[in-house]
Design a protein around this ligand. Structure first.
Ligand SMILES: [Zn+2]
Length: 366
């Protein structure tokens, strides 16, 4: 994906080239994508549901209904093509249905090209801009994302605030954004010296900034989503495990800096404990990013809120990072089988917290 981000307008344009392999025994005549941003519009299924069910998420409530034109989220799909054929498509809420020019047979692959324009919604839940903790852009569920197809068929769940299910793939993402921004997210940064980022060798001179925008290039292999966040005031810090794996921290420069400093020791110990007891984390890095709203797991990173107590920060970091195993590596369907991710993750979180704090405060088997 090539993304051209207009930070002042909270908008971006995108070009996506998707090489899709049909690993199913079925011939596919159409494909579906999620358009998550469309949920953040008055009258969306997520909005109506939140205003009419008995026990709505108070973080959502009626906030979507009150969004004005500049605050909503949307994906405007300009075109989709398969080789040289322009494809017909249909959008209903957060689901895009695309009719293929040539059916895709089992084991065949095809390239789907899409151009789109998007507006980042004000942060209501998980994704969005300018959240209460002051982070500019928390970019999760932020691009047209292929739906999963498996033995149950297409998983075209409309987005109503539940969790996720995705397709495994290799991501190559270039994000062009105002050079004041510091980014973190899924994948490995390919051009740290160019963007002036402390990932690797910072002794080399930085490329002179002659343009307003600078392009951040990330690659991530064998993951099922790609998330990122950006703020001009992000501090970037790292710590390292004995096996070489690096943990990155991206957070605002404020009164919580000490908590973030102290978190490093706990995060390293947590990864070491889970590596030893549940299986080795297979990626080279993991990023803990201040995202301003609760905590949510994404491949190779998490976006968390930082405003609570220190133990709360440790606990949410431990919990979200363990989702790298329990759903991340296993790829279970979070929207359908919550016990497989939250159940196992919470069990491992309590075991890890007991290890970190030398306690036995809860029977994790409950
Ligand atoms: Zn969880």
């Amino acid at each position: 994906m090539d993304i051209n981000f207009f930070a002042e307008e909270n908008k971006f344009s995108g070009h996506q080239e998707l090489v899709y392999t049909n690993n199913s025994p079925d011939t596919l005549s159409k494909v579906f994508y999620h358009l998550y941003y469309n949920a953040f519009q008055p009258g969306s299924m997520m909005d109506v549901r939140s205003r009419t069910i008995e026990d709505p998420d108070s973080r959502v409530g009626d906030r979507i209904a009150g969004l004005n034109k500049d605050e909503i989220g949307y994906h405007n799909i300009k075109s989709i093509s398969q080789k040289n054929a322009v494809l017909k498509f249909k959008i209903e809420g957060t689901i895009l249905e695309v009719f293929l020019d040539k059916p895709l047979k089992p084991n065949d692959k095809t390239t789907l090209t899409m151009d789109f324009n998007s507006q980042v919604p004000v942060q209501i839940r998980r994704t969005g801009r300018h959240n209460v903790e002051g982070v500019d852009f928390s970019m999760t569920q932020w691009y047209p994302k292929l739906c999963e197809y498996d033995k149950d068929g297409w998983h075209t769940n409309p987005y109503i605030g539940r969790e996720f299910h995705g397709v495994w793939g290799d991501f190559d993402v270039k994000i062009s954004i105002d050079h004041h921004y510091v980014l973190g997210g899924t994948g490995l940064l390919q051009n740290s010296n160019e963007v002036g980022y402390g990932y690797q060798d910072t002794k080399k001179p930085l490329k002179k900034l002659t343009e307003k925008n600078i392009t951040w290039h990330f690659k991530a292999e064998k993951v099922h989503d790609f998330a990122w966040a950006a703020d001009p005031n992000f501090i970037h810090d790292t710590s390292q495990l004995n096996n070489g794996m690096v943990i990155h921290y991206l957070h605002l420069d404020d009164s919580l800096n000490e908590n973030w400093q102290n978190l490093k020791e706990y995060a390293v110990k947590s990864f070491e404990f889970v590596n030893k007891n549940f299986g080795e984390y297979p990626y080279k890095q993991y990023s803990i990013i201040q995202g301003g709203d609760g905590g949510m797991e994404y491949p190779m990173c998490t976006l968390i809120a930082a405003g609570g107590s220190f133990k709360g920060l440790v606990s949410v970091t431990v919990h979200e990072s363990i989702h790298s195993w329990f759903q991340g590596l296993l790829g279970t369907n979070e929207s359908k089988y919550e016990w497989m991710d939250e159940g196992f993750c919470t069990y491992a979180q309590y075991k890890t917290m007991d290890h970190l704090y030398n306690t036995n405060y809860m029977n994790p088997f409950i």
